[in-house]
Design a protein around this ligand. Structure first.
Ligand code: BJW
Ligand code: ZN
Length: 254
């Protein structure tokens, strides 16, 4: 239920943060990680795919998996949640989008200067010298679920190119993490949309915001770690709830 007090608080705010997770892209057909039936971790073992050790052990397995996911993201379109979040930025003096997602659906939905805490599929870089590599779109028929692919070789140093994402045990990019903490501690409203709030340190952001005095709003159709910790908990899909808040707070349509 979206109450009038929530709408008034959002309308009054000068600084808003929208913190998102895989659930915001679910309605675009991009799978989440931990949803019981459809999540990636229900099918794939994260220790074999999302750690530096896994890439060291079997680079072709890991690179092939990320290429398969990159192809799927390229086919996906931003949904009503991405577009509503971008539209909200036209009504709030400062709105910062912080995402754990590695897709570019916020950008394609119209958001600018998105803070990517876990990197980006489109920014692979050399494991050895750090040089960022630009990739051509994946070739149709070459990528596929579980299909191995050798990663490219760095043109500068001959090192191995790795996916541009943050794996378990790796630090978050310093600049992005600093910007996220700053935005969380300075905002009046902090939305937490489509994340299980299980992965740290990003999961500490709603608490940072709440402790600094922000109203916190969770949007998620299922229970999460943040239940009972937020000011308002809205049970529902991001693609319905975010456009409804946009409509009722500012009488704006998508
Ligand atoms: C909908 C919906 C709809 C569905 N609408 N909603 C403190 C405590 C405990 C552990 C740790 C800790 N500090 C560090 C750790 C270890 C670890 C960690 O957190 N582990 C926990 C899992 C226990 N963290 C790390 O390792 C991090 N690094 C780090 O801390 O470094 C510090 C350090 C390093 C070295 C030395 C010293 C310190 C790095 C974490 C990197 C995570 N990487 C991944 C993979 C990225 C690449 C890839 O995509 O493959 O990031 S894991 C995966 O989880 C991915 C996601 O960004 C992340 C979060 O998941 P998210 O987005 O919340 O997705 P789900 O699936 O969990 O939830 C989806 C939600 O959507 C659900 O709630 C649904 O209900 C909902 N939903 N449809 C709205 N329509
Ligand atoms: Zn290199």
């Amino acid at each position: 239920m979206i109450c009038e007090e929530l709408l008034a608080t959002v309308r009054r705010a000068n600084r808003v943060v929208v913190f998102t997770g895989a659930g915001v892209s679910a309605e675009s057909g991009v799978p989440t990680f931990r949803d019981a039936q459809t999540g990636l971790w229900a099918k794939f073992d994260p220790t074999e795919l999302a750690t530096p050790d896994a890439f060291h052990r079997d680079p072709a397995l890991v690179w092939g998996w990320y290429e398969w996911r990159r192809a799927a993201v390229l086919r996906a379109q931003p949904n009503r949640a991405h577009r509503a979040i971008a539209a909200m930025a036209r009504h709030v003096p400062t709105l910062t989008v912080i995402t754990q997602n590695i897709d570019d659906l916020h950008e394609r939905g119209g958001s600018r200067e998105v803070v990517h805490l876990h990197g980006r599929l489109e920014r692979p870089y050399c494991n050895q010298c750090g040089e960022v590599r630009t990739l051509a779109p994946p070739v149709a028929g070459v990528t596929g679920e579980g299909r191995r692919m050798n990663p490219p070789t760095c043109t500068r140093c001959d090192g191995r190119v790795r996916p541009g994402v943050v794996w378990f045990g790796e630090s978050l990019p310093e600049r992005e993490w600093f910007a996220a903490k700053k935005a969380a501690s300075e905002c009046q409203v902090f939305f937490c949309v489509g994340t299980s709030s299980l992965v740290y340190p990003p999961a500490s952001l709603p608490r940072i915001a709440g402790e600094a005095g922000a109203a916190t709003i969770q949007v998620n159709p299922s229970p999460t770690e943040m239940d009972g910790e937020v000011t308002w908990d809205i049970l529902g899909a991001a693609g319905s709830v975010m456009p409804e808040i946009l409509k009722r707070a500012w009488d704006a349509n998508l």
